[in-house]
Design a protein around this ligand. Structure first.
Ligand SMILES: C[S@@+](CC[C@H](N)C(=O)[O-])C[C@H]1O[C@@H](n2cnc3c(N)ncnc32)[C@H](O)[C@@H]1O
Length: 423
């Protein structure tokens, strides 16, 4: 989806309009690439890197209309050299994040008990121990098995550093504090909701925010997905509307979805194509999402069949076939769940363009051509966890004269292919 359109205020990159961006890449080369134009310009970095768990993480992917599930690996949290190798990997990356942060910038690093203490030492060295503003405890009440030994582990640690504590953006946030007793006379306003009486207090460094449950609409079947409410607090507290917010280990894109909803500019990156696919789907499903660019490897070769149906001044586009041209990008474990060719498709999109996209120009690692200026007419059908039906014929589209259509198809693992149909 080379989709990058009008997007908010002017950026600070060589006078070009700003374009939000999502990269399918190892974040180390990607951040080096960003350093050429965005050094000192990012106001907020939130990262939720692997935690040195020693686990393989996989996601449940639903295939076709039946929604039958297959388990697909997403990322490995094992490190050559163990903890030392893990810390080396992070050190290099935190250096790049520090370079990208503005003078009013902050970084929030999300960890658990395994790595928090060691990563704190590393961040103290890089940012200065005085720049640690909070060691936030995100406390949740998930169920699960009791520990064989010890108390139930029900919190994560988020280390929050300001690049320059004297200049950092800070917007105080309030939370409800429920009253267990009434302490006689008080001039503080007491409110009441279904949980009982409460007062508004400044947010504390212990965040009591529920973890995601299985039936919550925001859940997208991505392992380690964090709740939007958690990211909302972070983004509201440490960024302004003109800020750039970045998550370089974005997973299912929670930070980016929240940044988009709150009108921030954003940059996301993840090394897993399935994570980028999941993020892109979450963004697509948002109402009136602003244009963004996906930066990724060359496309998959699919032969995509479409037919055009004119209805007066309007046009419908029908997707008639999607077949691999050569090696099938889907593994056998997914292929055997495909009964009809359309089961392979997770979403497809039609977008009008005034002209065929020019060849890639940016010279960066797989940077896609940018179409910067306009939001073009488009139509999308996507399968979601709740709604498995894919519409194979678009709604009637009213299009400007001339130009052509870019039809993009993504398979269930996020392999994408675009074709251009001249009108
Ligand atoms: C804990 S998950 C992030 C979850 C995310 N906060 C969410 O709400 O969905 C960590 C992510 O880091 C990604 N990752 C690991 N190493 C990476 C690297 N070198 N560059 C980019 N992404 C990486 C993994 O693919 C995984 O999606």
């Amino acid at each position: 989806m080379d989709r990058a359109m009008r997007n908010g205020p002017e950026g600070r990159e060589s006078g070009q309009p700003w374009v939000n961006r999502l990269a399918a890449s190892d974040n180390a080369p990607f951040m080096r690439h960003l350093g050429a134009t965005l050094k000192g310009q990012i106001d907020l970095v939130y990262v939720d890197p692997p935690f040195a768990t020693g686990f393989h993480f996989s996601a449940r992917v639903r295939v076709g209309e039946s929604g039958r599930e297959v388990v697909v690996p997403v990322y490995e949290d094992r490190w050559v050299g163990g903890m030392a190798g893990y810390l080396d990997m992070l050190t290099e990356r935190f250096r790049s994040m520090r370079e990208l942060l503005s003078d009013r910038g902050s970084i929030y690093v999300h960890l658990d008990y395994r790595a928090a203490a060691r990563v704190r030492c590393l961040l103290d060295d890089l940012f200065g121990a005085d720049s640690l503003i909070n060691e936030i405890v995100w406390y949740y009440k998930t169920g699960g098995m009791p520990e064989r030994l010890g108390f139930g582990r029900k919190h994560d640690t988020i280390l929050y550093y300001a690049k320059d504590p004297a200049r950092a953006i800070w917007n105080p946030q309030k939370e409800k504090s429920y009253l267990t007793h009434r302490y006689g006379f008080s001039n503080i306003a007491i409110h009441e909701d279904e949980r009982g009486p409460y007062t508004w207090v400044n947010c504390r460094d212990v965040f009591d925010i529920p973890a995601l449950r299985g039936n919550q609409p925001e859940r997208v079947d991505f392992p380690t997905q964090k709740p939007e409410a958690l990211l909302e607090r972070v983004v509201l507290a440490s960024s302004h509307e003109d800020s750039i917010v970045a998550d370089f280990f974005c997973g299912s894109g929670t930070a980016l979805v929240v940044a988009e909803r709150l009108g921030r500019r954003w940059i996301g990156c993840d090394a897993s194509p399935l994570a980028v696919h999941t993020t892109a789907k979450r963004l697509q499903a948002m109402n009136d999402v602003r244009g963004y660019e996906v930066i990724d490897e060359p496309r998959t070769d699919y032969a995509v069949g479409v037919s055009l149906q004119r209805e007066g001044a309007e046009l419908r586009v029908a997707l008639t076939s999607v077949e691999p041209e050569g090696v099938d990008p889907l593994p056998e474990s997914v292929r055997h769940l495909i009964e009809h060719w359309s089961d392979r498709v997770d979403w497809w999109e039609v977008e009008w363009r005034p002209h065929r996209a020019r060849p890639r120009q940016d010279g960066g690692r797989g940077l896609a051509q940018r179409e910067r200026d306009t939001r073009f007419p488009r139509w999308l059908s996507q399968r979601t966890r709740q709604r498995r039906v894919l519409e194979l014929t678009s709604a009637p589209l009213s299009l400007p004269s001339g130009g052509g259509l870019v039809v993009t198809v993504a398979d269930v693992l996020g392999n994408r292919c675009s074709i251009y149909v001249a009108l």
